[in-house]
Design a protein around this ligand. Structure first.
Ligand code: NOJ
Length: 512
């Protein structure tokens, strides 16, 4: 079980309102208490922060906002002392426009080797005044930006994130250097950003834009007709990375961020010579219903078992609404998020938990002027973006900044009313979400870690989902009415149980 640290929002050690690497180091005991196996840190490299650090201007240095390379070494050593693995985030699809390569490309002429590291093209139209194709950027608007000399460059994300051309051996060699840099320092693995996007289709053809889901549909798998993603030769790049990983001592790994149309396409990324793990986002996408949960789990298990890989279950991250909010917010949203966590943590395979999920944090409605996500600007102020799930973590106290920082203002404002949600408040409360996660992770280790029992579905009426793993029986009631609680000793439940009944929006772990 891996914990995702969003470094700007985790813990601020130097009082500038931004979290940093030393802040993570000071809070490692929280992760030990929780019982995780390791953590993944979202980007902390040099970056102008046009996209929360996913616009990297130097991938082998630490941004001063987050500290120094020495701070990274100290964090790694402290984590390893506590037997925690450390996964760093590699962003291979694009660099920042401030990266030296892109600055060289801007200074060089069209057709130059400096431009060949990125995806520069001539435009269409008589004066080359139209973009080379009809691709939109993920953050809204066209995916092309025109330079004064008439060349256009591709940016699938923000204009400050020019896409790299992975067919160029120089790009491949540079990423091998970056991988080795972090492996040599002792990192245990990588989370690969946009792992499904590195390969672009030959000729960069137009595609039918009506296949793109609207923002209103929330997180959604791309259509197979969306040619920007999931092209065949992307797998060559993952095989090359795997060769590097396997050449190192110990077990080093990579987990992919792969948004692809279905579980079968996903499984192709974890064939035996490719990535070790890849996120299964099916639970993020599943609506609150027994049918949707069962299908998400079943499809993933079937597809992954065909390539002899394990599933990597996710309920949230820094890109999607927090589970509490996705499930409707308030008391009901929290009840459902807790129940979903008991499902996630009892499934076979790996689980990734995003910082704050263990506290049952909801998204925060931020005022317009606080928003930092480029999506807000690029969508013409129609999509508020992802800041709501990135608000700093409350550690202690009863008012902002809740022990996150000593600064009065934090990079995103923290709301009033989070006193009961702080780590300190939840630590001593046996009914808290933090206690639920801690207990679930203890049980997961003792009941499920050895032998990795297979998941066997159990017949369940209507809106319930039930499965057995070895001695453990898991039942989720996703319906509106209580159901009969099966026989067995109750090990853990996500909320209060009725008299021999499992209430709505509740999950239970039973033994026997
Ligand atoms: C996925 C990351 O998780 C997201 O935060 C980022 O905006 C895009 N990739 C682009 O790097």
């Amino acid at each position: 079980m891996i914990y995702q640290v969003y470094p700007r929002s985790f813990a601020d050690s130097d009082g500038d309102g931004n979290g940093d690497l030393s802040g993570i180091c000071e809070r490692l005991d929280h992760l030990v208490d929780l019982g995780v196996d390791g953590f993944w840190i979202s980007p902390f490299y040099r970056s102008p922060m046009a996209d929360g650090g996913y616009d990297v201007s130097d991938p082998t240095d630490v941004d001063p906002m987050f500290g120094t390379l020495d701070d990274f070494d100290a964090l790694l050593a402290a984590a390893h002392e506590r037997r925690l693995k450390v996964i760093v985030d590699i962003v291979p699809n694009h660099f920042s426009d401030q990266h030296v390569w892109f600055q060289q490309a801007l200074a060089a002429a069209p057709g130059s080797p400096q431009r060949a590291r990125f995806i520069f093209r001539r435009g269409r139209g008589e004066q080359a005044e139209l973009p080379p194709n009809n691709w939109p950027s993920v953050f809204g608007g066209p995916a092309w930006h025109r330079l004064p000399d008439g060349d256009w460059y591709l940016h699938l994300f923000a204009p400050e994130q020019p896409d790299l051309d992975w067919t160029n051996p120089e790009v491949q060699a540079e990423f091998e250097r970056i991988f080795r840099f972090w492996l040599d320092r002792g990192a245990d693995g990588f989370r690969i950003d946009v792992a499904h996007g590195l390969a672009k289709p030959e000729g960069l053809p137009d595609f039918d834009l009506s296949v793109i889901p609207s923002h209103a549909e929330g997180a959604a798998m791309p259509s197979p007709h969306d040619v920007r993603w999931d092209r065949e030769h992307v797998h060559d790049y993952h095989r090359a990375l795997r060769t590097v990983l396997d050449s190192y001592e110990g077990s080093r790994m990579a987990v992919g961020e792969t948004w692809v149309p279905d579980a079968e396409r996903l499984a192709r990324y974890v064939r035996k010579d490719e990535l070790n793990l890849t996120f299964n986002f099916d639970l993020v996408e599943a609506e609150w219903s027994a049918v949707a949960f069962r299908k998400a789990i079943d499809d993933a298990l079937t597809a992954m078992s065909e390539v002899e890989a394990v599933c990597t279950w996710v309920l949230g991250n820094h890109d999607v609404d927090r589970p509490v909010t996705r499930y409707g917010g308030g008391v009901r949203g929290l009840a459902r998020a807790r129940a979903a966590a008991l499902v996630q943590l009892s499934l076979p395979g790996a689980a990734y938990v995003y910082n704050g999920e263990e506290l049952g944090l909801p998204n925060v409605d931020l005022p317009d002027e606080a928003l930092k996500d480029p999506t807000w600007q690029r969508s013409g102020h129609t999509d508020r973006g992802r800041d709501g799930e990135r608000v700093p973590i409350p550690w202690s106290g009863t008012s902002p900044p809740y022990g996150f920082s000593t600064a009065a203002t934090t990079w995103l404002p923290m709301p009033e009313g989070w006193g009961p949600l702080t780590v300190a408040a939840q630590r001593e409360d046996p009914e808290s979400t933090l206690s639920l996660f801690r207990r679930a992770l203890q049980l997961r280790r003792s009941l499920l870690a050895f032998g990795n029992p297979a998941l066997d579905w159990v017949d369940a009426p209507g809106e319930t989902v039930a499965y057995r793993r070895g001695d453990l029986l898991v039942v989720l009631n996703a319906g509106a009415e209580p159901v009969r609680l099966p026989a067995g000793e109750v090990l853990l439940s996500s909320g209060p149980l009725g008299d021999a009944t499992l209430p709505a929006d509740t999950a239970v772990w039973l033994q026997g």
